[in-house]
Design a protein around this ligand. Structure first.
Ligand SMILES: *Cc1c(COP(=O)(O)O)cnc(C)c1O
Length: 417
């Protein structure tokens, strides 16, 4: 399988090269040259999740040097539960937060780290990543102590929660956490200028955010796996409602559907950052500054994977026909967290709440709502609403006791060494 840039079909690359470089040379994002078509009967329902993932991903690795490590990579990256929970009739939650840092970002980050570790046998790699929360912790945990790889994480000092900061700064060794005096955009700007101006200084410089194709590919696996199992059990195609910020996770849902997995409607749930709904109304894509909301991992004003979605559908008419998106306010998020707690005794994080709110407004389904983070990461939002403490997941308990290591800097590239 070869990959090409969303901006130029003839700019093609191997998988390994696409992973190493992140962005295509023309500034576009890498996409597979084709999405292989599957038949439901190709897949053995008794296979474990990692076995299933390996079979699904095989064609995407064909003829690449990384193909030989794929089975072992799936076993080691997906070594946690991926449960589907029933809330009530035709309403299910897909819990993607049982990995080491308690968000779905663990799937992509662990998979990418496995690929990069193999590629780092050829050359030393520096991963630089700007984060406003969950990406930083997932990347730090996934790359910690990986040989020949250095990780530089930039986060805005004082702008993330204490628990989020803990999960980024507790690693040490090959992971350096910089607390930047500024906002997320300053961190992002530092990464961009490092690529533009000083890539030699950081040996082979790469990145680990969701523009990287190795984060997107593994995210298809849970949609594929559960749509298939659901279909076999209930003879219906479930729709998916996906809490979205940079649109990486939902791009993977559309790709899985395009491959032929039995997926019904796909709905993007956004917070007040609603560029995609505006696009669906006007046909104009107008990025803007992000606004802060309770679902902070989705506070994105210029979603990078929009370009992959537009590339998938080709024209606006098709895009409009295939994509649904609804925006949810902070007030509605709070109200949904309360309702789910009272009616179902089920705790949801503010991101998951956007999907749950939207489901209440849609046709009867069946619907699978995607739960992107463990509620215990967002106790400062949830506890005042439910008037109870949120149980802390064991993964987080052990991190909370480790010492913090961070370097505070002003947002200038020379401060990063
Ligand atoms: C990153 C994140 C999202 C948004 O996912 P995208 O792939 O950027 O659309 C939603 N919820 C949580 C908890 C996240 O960490």
């Amino acid at each position: 399988m070869k990959y090409h840039s969303t901006r130029n079909h003839s700019l093609s690359s191997s998988l390994s090269k696409a992973i190493l470089s992140g962005l295509a040379p023309d500034g576009g994002l890498y996409v597979p040259n084709e999405l292989p078509k599957i038949s439901i009967d190709d897949f053995d329902a008794t296979h474990s999740f990692p076995q299933f993932a390996c079979q699904l991903l095989q064609p995407f690795f064909e003829n690449d040097a990384l193909a030989t490590i794929l089975p072992e990579l799936c076993q080691s990256a997906f070594n946690f539960e991926v449960p589907l929970k029933k809330i009530k009739d035709d309403t299910f939650v897909l819990e993607l937060f049982h990995g080491p840092t308690l968000s779905f970002k663990d799937f992509g980050a662990r998979f990418l780290a496995g690929c990069m570790t193999e590629l780092a046998k050829q050359q030393a790699i520096t991963i630089m990543v700007a984060t406003s929360g969950d990406t930083g912790s997932a990347v730090a945990a996934a790359f910690h102590q990986k040989p020949n790889i250095r990780v530089i994480i930039l986060f805005p000092q004082g702008k993330i929660t204490e628990r989020q900061e803990k999960q980024i700064t507790c690693w040490g060794d090959n992971v350096t956490a910089y607390a930047v005096e500024g906002v997320f955009d300053d961190c992002q700007h530092l990464v961009k200028s490092a690529f533009a101006q000083e890539s030699q200084r950081f040996s082979y410089l790469s990145t680990a955010n969701s523009i990287n194709i190795a984060r997107l590919l593994p995210q298809m696996t849970y949609y594929a796996y559960w749509s298939l199992h659901y279909f076999k059990q209930y003879q219906q195609q479930p729709g998916f409602i996906v809490p979205s910020g940079n649109y990486g996770n939902v791009t993977a849902t559309f790709w899985a559907k395009a491959m032929g997995f039995p997926i019904g409607d796909i709905v993007l749930a956004t917070n007040a950052n609603c560029v995609i709904e505006d696009y669906l109304t006007t046909g104009e894509f107008t990025p803007r500054k992000s606004v802060q909301t309770l679902a902070n991992a989705m506070d994105v004003g210029n979603p990078s994977n929009f370009e992959r979605l537009r590339h998938l559908f080709g024209d606006f008419a098709t895009f409009k026909q295939k994509v649904q998106a609804y925006s949810v306010s902070d007030e509605q998020i709070k109200q949904t967290i309360a309702t789910y707690h009272q009616q179902y005794g089920y705790l949801i994080c503010p991101h998951t709440a956007t999907a749950c709110y939207i489901q209440q407004q849609l046709n009867p389904g069946p619907w699978i709502m995607v739960a992107t983070a463990d509620p215990c990461k967002f106790e400062t939002v949830i506890e005042p609403i439910i008037q109870k403490s949120v149980p802390v997941a064991p993964q987080l308990v052990s991190l909370l006791t480790r010492p913090n290591k961070k370097i505070r800097i002003l947002p200038e590239l020379r401060n990063i060494v």
